[in-house]
Design a protein around this ligand. Structure first.
Ligand SMILES: Cc1cc2nc3c(=O)[nH]c(=O)nc-3n(C[C@H](O)[C@H](O)[C@H](O)COP(=O)(O)O)c2cc1C
Length: 263
C-alpha cells in the first residue's frame, strides 16, 4: 500500500512532519506500507495567476509549467494521501493554500476516487478551522477517513496530553489503513458513492448543461457521463432523493443562473 504525505510547512521537517512520521510508524505496524513525503516548500508549484482557465477550459490549459502535473501523478499512484498543514492565522499555510488553488479544478471535475485521505493540522489553536479548509484541497473525490488536530505548541505537551494525542494518531492511522484495505478488491473504488457525492455529481451535471457556454470543460466532462464519475450502481431511492433535493436546491440558486443567451 502506497501512502503519499503532502506537507505544507515552510519549515519542511517541522512539528507536522513529526506527526506524519508517527502515522507512518502506526500504519507500518498494521502491514506493508511504503511512505513518500512531498514537501511543498521544495517543489516548484507557482502561484496561481487567476486566469480560471483550469476550471473553464480544462487544467491542461494552465500556463504554469511546473511540478503540479508531477504531484497529480504521484497522487494517482498512491492508495492513501495524508495532507499536513500547520495552522497559520486560523487557516492553512500559504504553501498549502497555493497548492489548493492550483488543484481547484478538482472541485468541479473530481478525481482520485480510489484514494483515501487523512487530514492533519498542527498548532496550538485554530486547527479545526484549518482542517475545514484543508478538506477541499483535492475536491470531493478522495474519501476522507479522519482528521487530526495535533497540538504542537512551542513547549512540550504534558505526558497526559501527549499520550492522548499519540493514541488519536494511532487510531486514525489504523482507520486509514483499514479503509484502504477494504476497497482493495475493487481497485480502491468504494462499493457505492456516498449520497452527498452522488448529489454533487447530479448538481454539477445539471449546472454544466446550463452553463455550457461559460464552463466548457465541465460540460465536456459531464455530458459524457450518465450515472456517476465511475461505473457504480445507484439505487432507485438514492436517485429519487437526489432529484428532489436538487429541484429544491435549484430554486434557491435561480439568481445565479446564466442568461439564456450568452452576453
Ligand atoms: C505566520 C504564522 C502564523 C501562525 N498562526 C498560528 C495560529 O493562528 N494559531 C496557532 O496556534 N499557531 C500559529 N502559528 C504557529 C504554528 O502553527 C506552529 O508553530 C506550528 O507548530 C508549526 O508547525 P510546523 O513546525 O510543522 O511548521 C503561526 C506561525 C506562523 C509562522
Amino acid at each position: 500500500m502506497k501512502i503519499l504525505a503532502v506537507l505544507g510547512s515552510p519549515k519542511g521537517k517541522g512539528a507536522g512532519y513529526g506527526i506524519a512520521r508517527k502515522i507512518e510508524t502506526a500504519m507500518a505496524a498494521c502491514g506493508s506500507v511504503s511512505f513518500e513525503y512531498l514537501f511543498l516548500k521544495d517543489l516548484d508549484v507557482r502561484p496561481c495567476k487567476g486566469c480560471f482557465l483550469c476550471v473553464t477550459h480544462g487544467e491542461d490549459r494552465c500556463s504554469l509549467q511546473d511540478d503540479r502535473v508531477m504531484i497529480e501523478k504521484r497522487i494517482d499512484q498512491a492508495d492513501g494521501i495524508i495532507l499536513v498543514s500547520p495552522c497559520y492565522v486560523s487557516s492553512v499555510s500559504a504553501l498549502m493554500k497555493n497548492f489548493m488553488d492550483r488543484m481547484c479544478y478538482t472541485n468541479h471535475r473530481p478525481r482520485f476516487f480510489r484514494q483515501k485521505m487523512l487530514l492533519v493540522s498542527n498548532a496550538s489553536a485554530g486547527m479545526e478551522q484549518t482542517l475545514e479548509t484543508l478538506r477541499r484541497t483535492l475536491g470531493p473525490g478522495p474519501r476522507i477517513t479522519g482528521r487530526i488536530a495535533a497540538l504542537t505548541p512551542p513547549w512540550p505537551l504534558t505526558p497526559r496530553a501527549q499520550a492522548r494525542q499519540d493514541s488519536k494518531i494511532r487510531r486514525e492511522a489504523v482507520r486509514l489503513y483499514n479503509a484502504i484495505r477494504k476497497d482493495q478488491p475493487r481497485n480502491g473504488l468504494p462499493k457505492r458513492p456516498s449520497f452527498s457525492g452522488y448529489l454533487q455529481f447530479r448538481f454539477f451535471k445539471k449546472i454544466s448543461a446550463d452553463t455550457r457556454n461559460y464552463l466548457q470543460a465541465d460540460y465536456a466532462y459531464y455530458s459524457q457521463l450518465d450515472n456517476f464519475h465511475y461505473p457504480a450502481s445507484i439505487g432507485m431511492l438514492q436517485r429519487l432523493a437526489a432529484g428532489a433535493v436538487l429541484s429544491v436546491g435549484m430554486l434557491f440558486m435561480k439568481d445565479l443562473a446564466p442568461p439564456k443567451k450568452p452576453a
